[in-house]
Ligand binder design. Structure first.
Ligand code: DQA
Length: 138
């Protein structure tokens, strides 16, 4: 099974960005742990701060042989109809993840333009949210 982890804006700053909310581990470190934990899977990783680049990557997911996408669209979750449309428009299943529990944060984070088109949503378990999403596909 080949799974794409897709991270949106500001998630390249994990490790130093608001550590009280997002923790102090970098995503590169965590990604190595994931690769070790899920050796039977092929994991791909793509991060971009650009909406268009994330959409292009979603469009390419099937062609690149991915069976599923674990997507943390960051703040675009709450603003991007275009990413929601991209998720709706591809046949590869997408799982929406968030490190923080978006439902116990500011009200603008309670809206997701993506959830409706996803297989499921995992939010609030720290970086472990990604692991839980991958596990859900086993
Ligand atoms: C986030 C939550 C979003 O509201 C925020 O804009 C992020 C990260 C999370 O993983 O908790 O950038 O998606």
């Amino acid at each position: 099974m080949k799974i794409l982890i897709l991270n949106g804006p500001n998630l390249n700053l994990l490790g130093t960005r608001e550590p009280e909310i997002y923790g102090s581990q970098t995503f590169d470190e965590y990604f190595s742990e994931l690769q070790f934990k899920f050796q039977e899977m092929e994991l791909g990783y793509f991060q971009s701060n650009s909406e268009g680049a994330l959409i292009d990557k979603l469009h390419m997911a099937q062609k690149e042989g991915f069976d599923a996408v674990v997507c943390n669209a960051g703040a675009f979750t709450h603003t991007s109809i275009a990413i929601g449309d991209a998720v709706a428009g591809i046949s590869v299943p997408v799982i929406e993840v968030h490190i923080s529990n978006v439902m116990n944060r500011e009200e603008f984070r309670h809206v997701s333009y993506i959830s409706k088109h996803c297989k499921g949503v995992i939010s609030g378990f720290g970086l472990k949210s990604y692991e839980l999403a991958i596990n859900s596909m086993l």
